[in-house]
Ligand binder design. Structure first.
Ligand code: PMP
Length: 385
């Protein structure tokens, strides 16, 4: 028996299908650099586990040993402030070279929590046009005036800043999640000083991957920023979000950030995972493998005639444009044993659909060579190259 539902739901779903924008969940089990996707074994090219730490033996063992309770079942300010969270925050602050850090349940919550706490209706937020959905949502929720600057365009940013008065917040990703290019943090840092603004950098994809001691995009660019936001479910291979900033900003967040106050604490065993993963991520041997993989894949894909945009990281868009064709490319690759998801509107602009490939330190050159050969066949078949 079908459940009763209003007509607009059918209409909306039919409209998405008609525009080639319908999204379907697939059943995915991950095993190292491979995944079984709807029953089909494939080389996994869309994981954010860039260093493979989610499957690292030592990290998994320490997490398992720490499992005394599934969750603290409480918010931080009530009874959820386990010592493991504080130990993790000290490590994260030292990692980002800030006075302090504050853990949130996810990176999404961290963006919402920080931006809504720092901005109010008298604030102007300057946001890069390619910023992640969680930043966009945070800006909207804050009630601030939001001014979107063209992607990585410091002249446009400067113009917008000059026209504004009052509290100013500049927000950007460190490494852009769908294009893999880096923000122009040196220019942003100059603009911040000139206009007495606050800079917030969501470095979910640069964290633990780039920069001196792998402390992320601001360190890589050699600049200090006011607020670092990150997710621990990418380079660190764990779970949760965090903010690294001054002691006073941390105090303000504890006192006013609704996404911090009114939600349950990150479970302590997940803090233990991150505590175990950080020293491994700091060694550098995994990044070395990752960088080797990036350079091998990019050189060969460009040689085959694929367009990879301005990626300077492990996130490599295979630009297709047409929504239907990008889904077809993803399906054809999966049939050949390569798992690379198509990314379409509204995650990216209409007409700029792509496959978002992300490489990890778990891939061997053999995995990458097999993937390259599948890309070549599928690209020719669909007349993309
Ligand atoms: N910021 C960026 C740039 C992201 O790509 C993501 C996740 N895709 C998030 C924030 C959210 O992080 P989390 O998955 O920890 O909620």
């Amino acid at each position: 028996m079908a459940f009763r539902h209003p007509n607009f739901i059918d209409e909306q779903l039919a409209s998405l299908e008609q525009q080639n924008l319908y999204r379907r969940l697939r059943i995915v089990s991950v095993n190292g650099p491979m995944a079984t996707v709807n029953g089909k074994q494939a080389i996994h090219l869309c994981s954010n586990d860039y260093l493979g730490l989610s499957q690292n033996k030592r990290v998994v063992e320490k997490t398992t040993r720490a499992l005394r309770q599934v969750s603290q079942c409480s918010s931080r300010l009530i009874a959820g402030n386990d010592p493991a969270i504080l130990e993790l925050e000290a490590l994260l602050a030292s990692h980002r070279k800030t006075e302090s850090a504050l853990v949130y349940p996810t990176g999404y919550a961290a963006n919402l929590g920080v931006i809504t706490a720092l901005a109010d209706k008298n604030t102007a937020i300057f946001s890069d046009e390619l910023n992640h959905a969680s930043i966009i949502d945070a800006c909207r929720l804050s009630g601030a005036t939001v001014k979107i600057f063209k992607h990585n365009d410091s002249d446009h940013l400067e113009n917008l800043l000059t026209q504004s008065s009052g509290r100013k917040i500049i927000v950007t990703e460190g490494v852009f999640s769908m294009d893999g290019d880096s923000a122009n943090l040196r220019e942003i840092s100059k603009a911040t000083e000139k206009h007495d603004a606050i800079t917030v950098v969501d470095d979910a994809h640069g964290d633990f991957v780039m920069g001196p001691e792998f402390s992320g995009a601001p360190a890589d660019a050699g600049v200090n920023v006011d607020v670092h936001i990150s997710s621990m479910s990418k380079g660190l291979g764990c779970f949760g979000g965090y903010v690294a900033a001054s002691d006073k900003i941390r105090e303000l967040l504890i006192n006013t950030s609704r996404q911090f106050i009114y939600t349950s604490a990150l479970p302590d065993h997940l803090c233990v995972s991150a505590i175990a993963a950080i020293p491994i991520a700091k060694k550098g041997h995994l990044q070395k493998k990752l960088y080797r993989n990036i350079s091998h894949f990019k050189k060969n894909m460009t040689g085959l005639g694929f367009s990879l945009g301005n990626s300077s990281s492990q996130i490599i868009p295979i630009l297709v444009g047409d929504e239907k064709k990008s889904v077809l490319l993803s399906q054809t690759l999966l049939e050949e044993g390569v798992f690379a998801q198509a990314v379409r509107y509204p995650t990216v602009k209409k007409g700029s659909a792509r496959l978002r490939v992300s490489l990890t330190a778990m891939h061997t050159l053999k995995h990458i060579d097999i993937a390259l050969s599948c890309f070549e066949q599928a690209g020719k078949k669909l007349q993309i190259i």
